[in-house]
Design a protein around this ligand. Structure first.
Ligand code: KG4
Ligand code: ZN
Length: 339
């Protein structure tokens, strides 16, 4: 089975072909960073227009790179939410049109399920597992019990983890998306220079919060700035201290999550997914914590942490196997919680 996956819920226009045997035949991602950089964040209207302009070409490239023709496609899976609705509509309509013309099943994919199941495409991971899903729009802790079967153990009370990275980067004038820029600059910084607060530290449950940390970072940036300019070393120290603190927060909150999850499940797998899972320091923190509790940590390879269409095609495989195809009436949704 060859499944075409389509993704357009934020600022990447993406298409991929994935087989039932877990082979990624092609995985094309066109980033819109250049379009959004002048605004310091994703502009929904610009994103939707860029998806319309590039989607056809991206799908065609995915097909060519896979060495397939239209008739080799067995099903079409497209993200139908959650996300920026204009972009979601573009991908969903493209997917439905192709499924209809090819006479093949259509699978309406929840973008978050794409992140949640990526490790089952790249590794042999069985259900259940404990998942930290950390992206630009979401920060959730879930027990993943099966396809479509999620138990929400905790979530952020304010900003998403990726959003905290993006806001830190914006504050320091590093550009967009912020996560990779903060990570790169942190390498040259002193992570112990600023003692930032760790929101919710020691608190019961597995919720997250980043607003207090964000304010502390803003104050540090203000104090360091001279005539509106922050010296390179100060910026690096802020990035390093911020990333270090996020690591402490992740360890504290996920320690609780491991305990809560272990009361219900005996399978010892911890998974991290979503764009922030690309951060090496956070992966190291989770690896250390997992080891402490006898868990193994599984994380997707870096290019499959951030938004891509291979993960959407893979959800198509998983759902189709269970007979979970959707009708062409499946509605695009801006909001669509996993649990
Ligand atoms: O999963 P994703 O591509 O899109 C959403 O579904 O939101 O995640 C994007 C987020 C952005 O906030 C970006 O800054 C963050 O993931 N990110 C990172 C890194 N790479 C991407 N955050 C920290 N370190 C990174 N290396
Ligand atoms: Zn995402």
């Amino acid at each position: 089975m060859n499944i075409l996956g389509i993704e357009s819920s934020c600022d990447e226009t993406a298409a991929a072909l994935v087989t039932e045997e877990r082979i990624i035949l092609s995985n094309v991602t066109l980033s819109q960073d250049a379009e959004h950089t002048p605004y310091g964040g994703v502009v929904p209207e610009i994103a939707a227009r860029a998806h319309i302009e590039h989607m056809d070409e991206v799908v065609r490239r995915a097909l060519v790179e896979a060495g397939l023709s239209w008739s080799d496609i067995d099903a079409v899976a497209a993200t139908t939410g959650p996300g920026l609705i204009g972009g979601v509509i573009v991908g969903a309509m493209t997917g439905k049109a192709l499924a209809s013309v090819l006479g093949k099943p259509f699978i309406a994919v929840n973008h978050l399920e794409g992140h949640a199941l990526t490790v089952r495409l790249t590794h042999k991971v069985d259900f259940p597992y404990l998942l930290l899903l950390a992206s630009g729009g979401h920060c959730q802790v879930l027990a993943v019990e099966g396809v479509g079967k999620y138990q929400l153990l905790g979530a952020t009370l304010d900003d998403a983890m990726g959003e905290a990275f993006d806001k830190t980067a914006k504050l320091l004038g590093l550009g967009f998306p912020g996560g990779p820029k903060v990570e790169a600059l942190a390498v040259r910084g002193n992570s112990l220079r600023f003692a930032f607060p760790e929101p919710l530290k020691g608190r019961e449950g597995c919720d997250f919060s980043f607003s207090g940390l964000k304010t502390a970072v803003r104050l540090a940036a203000l104090e360091s700035s001279k005539d509106g300019v922050i010296a390179a070393q100060d910026a690096a120290d802020i990035c390093a201290s911020f990333q270090h603190t996020v690591g402490l927060v992740v360890k504290d909150r996920m320690r609780h999550a491991l305990q809560v999850y272990s009361k219900q499940f005996s399978a010892k797998t911890l998974v991290v997914a979503g764009g922030v899972a690309a951060n090496r320091h956070l992966r190291d923190c989770l690896w250390e914590l997992a080891g402490e509790y006898g868990f193994s940590l599984v994380a997707p390879p870096l290019p499959l942490c951030t938004d891509n269409a291979a993960m959407i095609a893979w959800v198509g495989v998983e759902r189709l196997r269970l007979g979970l195809a959707d009708s062409l009436d499946a509605e695009p949704r801006a909001r669509w919680p996993l649990a």
